[in-house]
Design a protein around this ligand. Structure first.
Ligand SMILES: [Zn+2]
Ligand SMILES: [Zn+2]
Length: 284
């Protein structure tokens, strides 16, 4: 199974028409995933067989110009169904920014060279629970739980004003807005990583990015290479681990880092209390 994601900021005149057409197309093709559309563009992540995804990419490339797709692997569909939704913003930021101010994109190769030869500031534009399990070595990882909190951290970055700053996120969509805001707030030397972490780790696995890359589907994360060590610990027993699971108690559903041993002992729950609430499969 292949999971592909892409985004495009562009004017979509009638999102509702687009939504209906796109939903119909995806359903007929038999793929699953989540697509957000709005007047500012499209943000999509879908899964299917190699053949299905190839057909989907062809269709998308015929409708939009210069799309770059980020592919990752999955054992099964990481989405339950195919959802196409309309949103005022294709990634919720809340603060007004002019996307024409977005920083210049740099390739993974350029970033790698800069990291190895220059004194740059790497700024993670993702949330704290994402950077917790993986980030570029030495990056500043803000203490935020949603992207709309990003603007409030800028006042803490004054010491980096004169420096070369590179922002990154999972696939690049958040950096378009984050980097534009940085520039509007007077940071001059700002760049953004083209295609985000997913693009980087595909070209340079096991280098500079430590841990795993968080993703917004049921996999919760993807590896950044073969030999990466966990950079965080199990929430239950504190051994090194970087795998997120959701608590089996559906009412709790908390996402937490859990090692194999604790998952077995707690039957997939986040605590003894939650374990005792999970109904047995036989309904007893
Ligand atoms: Zn554990
Ligand atoms: Zn729980």
């Amino acid at each position: 199974m292949i999971v592909t994601s892409f985004y495009k900021y562009c004017k979509i005149a009638s999102p509702e028409k687009f939504r209906l057409r796109h939903q119909k197309y995806c359903d007929a093709l038999g793929i699953k995933g989540k697509v957000l559309v709005g007047t500012e563009g499209i943000n999509a992540s879908v899964s299917g067989t190699g053949k299905q995804i190839a057909a989907y990419k062809k269709k998308i490339s015929s409708e939009f110009k210069k799309i770059s797709f980020k592919d990752t692997a999955a054992d099964s569909h990481p989405f339950k169904k195919m959802i196409v939704r309309i949103r005022p913003e294709i990634v919720t930021f809340g603060s007004k920014v002019d996307l024409r101010n977005a920083a210049r994109h740099i390739s993974p190769g350029t970033l790698k060279r800069w990291m190895e030869n220059e004194n740059i500031v790497l700024l993670d534009a993702r949330n704290d629970y994402e950077s917790r399990i993986g980030k570029f070595r030495g990056a500043i990882a803000p203490d935020i739980s949603t992207f709309s909190e990003f603007p409030k951290i800028l006042s803490k970055l004054n010491e980096y004003r004169g420096k070369k700053i590179v922002t990154y996120c999972t696939g690049g969509i958040r950096c378009e807005k984050a980097s534009a805001l940085l520039k509007e707030r007077g940071f001059e030397n700002v760049y953004q990583l083209q295609g985000g972490v997913l693009n980087f780790i595909q070209q340079y696995p096991d280098s500079h990015f430590e841990g795993r890359c968080f993703v917004f589907d049921s996999r919760l994360s993807v590896p950044a290479g073969k030999g990466n060590k966990a950079i965080t610990t199990c929430d239950v027993c504190t051994i090194n681990c970087d795998r997120y699971i959701n608590c089996k108690n559906e009412k709790c559903d908390k996402m937490f880092v859990c090692c194999d041993e604790c998952q077995r002992k707690l039957k997939g729950a986040c605590s003894k209390k939650c374990r005792n609430i999970i109904p047995s499969p036989h309904g007893r």
